[in-house]
Design a protein around this ligand. Structure first.
Ligand code: UDX
Length: 447
């Protein structure tokens, strides 16, 4: 009989994991403490925008016509404990308010709710991104709280999915990393991932601390790569070089590679910024803070990009103040193909200009609701064309395909002045300049 799997926490990670587990053939029960989310998911609807997720959800959620019926959702911990042989903990670990460390309260409360109900042997698998050392502590707590005692075992299995590609990344992971303390745990996880393993996904077995560190170090590396190219963009600007060409040229070196070398307004989202900060905080606790001082610089280069974009915009509207100036912002999400605005560089830039007196109008294909909730005082338009109407400057801050396909001529007729600042180096300068726009980008020559 197929393994019975539960997924605790149904955010970007959990909802995708639950649907993917059903797609891989398991019986799955997802839990969230927010009843509205459970209602939506049970009706086959996804509480966020993630391409392809709703399709596989509908394919498996019980009660939907034609579905496999393998996937259900609940708010009941008892039901979860009763149902599952393998429990995946996918709760989020945001940055704590006012400090760098990550907030473990959602993970902790998941363990505290589940463990006392475990009366049969079960494998609990942590997927959340946590400070190194958490798994060992949680494993001990699990045994202590569970009536089944040592029958309740922990494994750590970090998740590397990217928003926008979450379904594909989960079904076809480029690697599976498991921190385990027994052969039984490894065997069960090999069973869970039998599908991807058969396709050739590498399976890396480690201890707990290494599994936890794989995730934070992978994200730190990616953040460093982006800040590296953004630092090069700063030098290019000073020396009149072109960072896009530079990235292309160094990317041909296989040791460097082309990916994650897109210069612009930098990285944001619910992962990279908070993960590098939590990593620094944790290294400090461990007495290894010197090892990660470079991440402070990575963070600082990244945050500087946002300020730099604000300055470019100020220059574009005359150089002194934003008062009385209309600024159109294309993009609110932290990257395209997502509705996530957490720590979004685009919204941060929009917010800074607004706070300095600019009249900012934002348009984003999918992030409008989330952006409005976070920044209700910004202006919002229903289309890109409406956003640029009468604008003194247009800022392209999230590289949605829709923006690349805009007609510069039509936009130029609507805009007050034809000045566009490309914060993502994603538009074609020749096309925009050809339509009479002043096009400026980060780390590229002015004309
Ligand atoms: C990231 C990791 O990629 C993923 O493996 C991990 O599981 C979670 O964190 P995600 O936050 O979805 O995933 O986004 P990612 O695609 O990594 O982009 C992060 C940010 O970096 C975005 O704001 C993006 O615009 C920016 N970025 C990315 C750049 O500025 N330049 C690049 O070259 C690449």
């Amino acid at each position: 009989m197929a393994l019975r799997i539960t997924v605790i926490g149904t955010g970007y990670l959990g909802a995708t994991h639950a649907a993917a587990m059903a797609e891989l053939g398991f019986e799955v029960l997802g839990l969230d403490i927010v009843p509205e989310k459970i209602e939506m998911l049970s009706a086959g609807r996804v509480p966020m925008y993630e391409p392809g997720l709703e399709e596989i959800l509908k394919k498996h959620v019980a009660g939907i016509e034609g579905s496999s019926g393998r996937l259900r959702f609940t708010t009941s911990w008892e039901e979860v404990a009763e149902f599952g042989e393998v429990h995946f903990v996918c709760t989020n670990t945001p940055q704590k308010h006012g400090e760098y460390a990550c907030d473990m309260s959602y993970v902790e409360s998941a363990f505290d709710s589940l463990a006392p109900l475990l009366t049969r042997p079960a494998l609990v698998v942590g997927k959340s991104t946590v400070p190194v050392g958490s798994a060992a502590r949680l494993a001990a707590r699990l045994v202590e709280l569970a009536p089944v005692g040592e029958g309740a075992e922990l494994a750590w299995n970090p998740e590397f999915l990217r928003e926008g590609f979450a379904v594909n990344d989960t079904l076809h992971p480029d690697r599976i990393v498991v921190g385990v303390e027994s052969e039984r745990a490894e065997k069960l996880l090999r069973e869970v991932y039998a599908g991807p393993l058969a396709e050739g996904s590498p399976f890396v077995v480690t201890d707990f601390p290494t599994a936890e560190l794989v995730k934070t170090s992978a994200n730190s590396f990616l953040a460093t790569k982006i800040s590296f190219i953004n630092a090069m963009a700063e030098v290019c600007e000073a020396a009149d070089g072109d960072v896009v060409k530079l990235a292309e040229a160094i990317g041909h070196d296989e040791r460097i590679g082309k990916k994650f070398l897109r210069a612009g307004i930098g990285f944001g989202g619910g992962c990279l910024p908070k993960d590098i900060r939590a990593f620094m905080a944790r290294a400090g606790e461990l007495g290894a803070d010197q090892a990660l001082t470079f991440l402070r610089e990575v963070d600082s280069i990244n945050m500087r990009r946002r300020g730099h974009m604000v300055e470019l915009a100020r220059e574009a509207v005359g150089g002194s103040s934003f008062l009385g100036k209309r600024v159109a912002v294309l993009g609110a999400t932290f990257k395209p193909d997502s509705d996530d605005v957490r720590d979004s560089p685009a919204l941060n830039v929009a917010g800074q200009i607004h706070l300095q007196g600019g009249q900012v109008t934002v348009f984003d294909p999918k992030g409008m609701d989330n952006a409005r909730r976070l920044f209700p005082t910004l202006g919002y338009a229903d289309t890109a064309l409406d956003a640029v109407r009468g604008a003194d400057v247009v800022l392209h801050l999230t590289e949605w395909r829709e923006f690349r396909e805009l007609d510069p001529e039509a936009l130029g007729e609507a805009a007050g002045r034809r000045i566009i600042l490309d914060g993502r180096n994603a538009l074609d300068p020749a096309v925009w300049r050809g339509a009479g726009w002043t096009y400026r980008a980060m780390g590229r020559p002015k004309a």
